[in-house]
Design a protein around this ligand. Structure first.
Ligand code: NAD
Ligand code: IPM
Ligand code: MN
Length: 345
């Protein structure tokens, strides 16, 4: 029997480039892993009109985890692949913890002169199945002067409380033991109140964990001016999407940012994917940084109960980053072999 059955969805643009490198590392640290590639994304859509057939969804459900590169392509209308493939997987597999760690690795140059390596070590726990991503809303009178479009944010007590609980549990396993709730309670009074009350209720069960609240606009500022202040940040789906690109930018760039779309109960496979997208501007040039995909593989290994393998992968990436030096060219052509050799040793 395979050690683990992984479904690989390389996807579009730089997805296949970065996932190709990540797979080399996965094979090196987890001998016996069974990886099956699924052809999903823009090419399949153009060829067959399919985005995610039910039969493929059912096959994906049989895997221990999914490794995903990126989806989205300029030749496909916006949302078709993003909603039909990526978000469908997150929603159907109830991946409500969208875990996005950010660390300023030694050897990495962030844009902030005041921050030294290792001083940023935060994790955003982004809600993954609700909020403005739920798809509620509608449009009327399209292409007329009376056109109206609404987009509603769905927030359930169940959905909000479970992700907040996950954030507190994570904080309890970390050194600083601090959780920051980020929302916009001063304006989004319905959802904001729900989030604030759920946060207060869970906080009351964890008197040993420090808590704070910030409005999202202030958090966007502090992530740039004082990213060191954060430990665990819990927030809704859209705020988390935006804040994690900022967190990536201050820790060396989007090419390093890993994520996991996790179903903690393991009722469904969790999915591990870089924070970045398909980067059509650099696709096919061999210059995309695969570090985010490789670090996402480390999160996958951790989730599947292989912490030693995960640590070896993370250490290999850290060693690679510290040897790169500032301004070194980003290469995908051979990095997977180098990381695989390092991680296997
Ligand atoms: P993007 O993350 O693809 O690119 C933003 C910028 O970052 C680009 O300049 C790109 O070249 C650069 N970049 C991204 N990844 C990089 C890497 N590994 N190494 C070096 N540079 C990298 O975001 P976008 O341009 O807003 O979106 C492009 C497409 O990707 C859209 O179709 C979007 O919907 C989709 N998207 C998908 C995901 C996903 O699959 N998880 C995430 C974000 C965006
Ligand atoms: C991400 C992406 C996705 C999101 C899109 C492509 C649906 O931006 O993974 O951050 O908004 O969650
Ligand atoms: Mn995003």
């Amino acid at each position: 029997m395979a050690v683990a059955r992984i479904a690989v969805v390389a996807g579009d643009g730089i997805g296949p480039e970065v996932v190709g490198q990540a797979r080399k590392v996965l094979d090196a640290v987890l001998p016996g892993v069974e990886a099956t590639e699924y052809d999903l994304g823009a090419a399949r859509y153009h060829r067959t009109g399919e985005v995610l057939p039910d039969s493929v969804l059912a096959e994906l459900a049989e895997h221990d985890a999914i490794l995903l590169g990126a989806v989205g392509d300029p030749t496909v209308p916006p949302g078709v692949l993003e909603r039909g493939l990526l978000l469908k997987l997150r929603f159907d597999f109830d991946q409500y913890v969208n875990l996005r760690p950010s660390r300023l690795w030694p050897g990495t140059t962030g844009p902030l002169a005041s921050v030294k390596p290792n001083e940023i070590d935060l994790v955003v726990v982004r809600e993954g199945t609700e909020g403005l991503y739920a798809g509620a809303g509608g449009a009327l009178h399209r292409d007329t002067p009376a056109e109206v479009a609404t987009e509603e944010s769905l927030n359930t007590r169940h959905g909000v409380e479970r992700v907040i609980r996950d954030a507190f549990a994570r904080a309890g396993r970390r050194e600083r033991r601090k959780v920051t709730l980020v929302h916009k309670t001063n304006v989004l009074t319905h959802a904001g109140s729900l989030w604030a009350r759920a946060f207060a209720a869970v906080a009351a069960e964890h008197p040993d964990i420090e808590t704070e609240y910030q409005h999202v606009d202030a958090a966007a500022m502090f992530l740039v001016t004082q990213p060191q202040r954060y430990d665990v940040v819990v927030t809704d789906n859209l705020f988390g999407d935006i804040l994690t690109d900022i967190a990536a930018a201050v820790t060396g760039g989007i090419g390093l940012a890993a994520s996991g779309s996790i179903n903690p109960e393991r009722a469904y496979p969790s999915m591990f994917e870089p924070v970045h997208g398909s980067a059509p501007d650099i696709a096919g040039q061999g210059v995309a940084d695969p570090a985010a995909a490789v670090l996402s593989t480390a999160l996958l290994l951790d989730h599947l109960g292989h912490p030693d393998a995960a640590r070896r992968v993370t250490e290999a990436v850290a060693a690679e980053l510290s040897s790169r030096g500032a301004g070194s060219p980003r290469r995908t052509a051979d990095i997977g072999d180098r990381l695989a050799a390092h991680a296997a040793s």
